[in-house]
Ligand binder design. Sequence first.
Ligand code: NAD
Length: 361
Amino acid sequence: MPRTKTDNPKIDTRLKCAFSESIDSSDVAVRIGVIGCGYWGPNLIRNFQELPQAKIAAVSDLRDERLKSLARRYASIQCTTRYEDILRDPAIDAVVIVTPISSHYPIAKRALLAGKDVLIEKPLAATVKEGMALVRLARRCRKILMVGHTFEYNPSVLKVAELLRSGELGKPYYIDSVRVNLGLYQSDGLNVVWDLAPHDISIILHWLGQMPRAVSAWGQSFVRKRIADVAFLRLEFPGNVLAHLHVSWLHPTKIRRITLVADKKMVIFDELENAEKLKIADKGAHIDPASREIRVGYRVGDIVSPRVDTTEPLYQECQHFVDCILQHKTPRTDGENGVRVVRILEAADKSIKRGGSRILI
Ligand SMILES: NC(=O)c1ccc[n+]([C@@H]2O[C@H](COP(=O)([O-])OP(=O)(O)OC[C@H]3O[C@@H](n4cnc5c(N)ncnc54)[C@H](O)[C@@H]3O)[C@@H](O)[C@H]2O)c1
């Protein structure tokens, strides 16, 4: 979406927020408008429609054919090609933004100013500056700003965080994530890092509970000019913890796997496994204290797959957004959480442009 002068984050402070009435939790439902119904939008619509305390009142997309297809499935939903119609509608309490990344900021800004609570699909914005401006604006308008980091609602991811916090896994050494397949090339001019890495970055930050000290990244453009379709990121965390991410739109197989190696146990989270997505391996290597030489001893114990809730993570995310609106709570994945991820994406982008140089965070 082309930028207009009024989309500049610098001028936010001069704008006035509209105040919509807060919702009584005894009300029928939170009335939601969804902006953007391409590939991902319909998944959010389906999940919100299943929630007893939410109702999709309207959807907007620039493409008529997308609206027609939705209207066939959901007869009661209002459709419009102008998202401003949704923002103007006082009967709509909240909006969900599922448009290309570069349009997140201008649409979210207008939505907050119109007095709506806002859920933005990942990543929060295309720059840290835009993300910070949204955080400030949401605070000033006293509106919910949440980012759709779906994996922070994934029961397997939450289970690993719980095992790390309880000490069962020990001290993390390193994390290795692979998120690759053939396509879908995005059309908004941003590289594969912006499309695929937000997931892994949000998981890693959630597990480690801290920001990296430095980010380096290497990327290459093979199919399109100047838009990397393959990238490798290195995140250096305090305490010598390392994370490595491989993201690609140009790979023969689909892989969605994160491995965490800690000094007591190792974890494999494979999103594409049907039954045992999460495996905890009692494996490790250590210097044998009894040996005079520096000899490495190995532990090769059981591999267990803990039972985790099978509710769709996107359903949990939608439920959380509605709960936050009804109970006036700060979302777990609030705007600041979103900015942390964007900060790393921005650093990785800069590093790719500088041939892999180390960017301090
Ligand atoms: N959480 C996840 O797992 C996940 C998965 C896929 C995509 N996403 C995110 O969802 C967002 C959308 O991705 P997508 O793959 O659905 O993209 P897409 O290109 O398939 O769909 C985007 C839609 O937004 C519409 N649009 C653009 N500008 C608009 C405007 N001003 N008003 C109304 N409609 C507008 C387009 O016409 C298009 O139909 C991105 O932020 C992406 O990162 C998240």
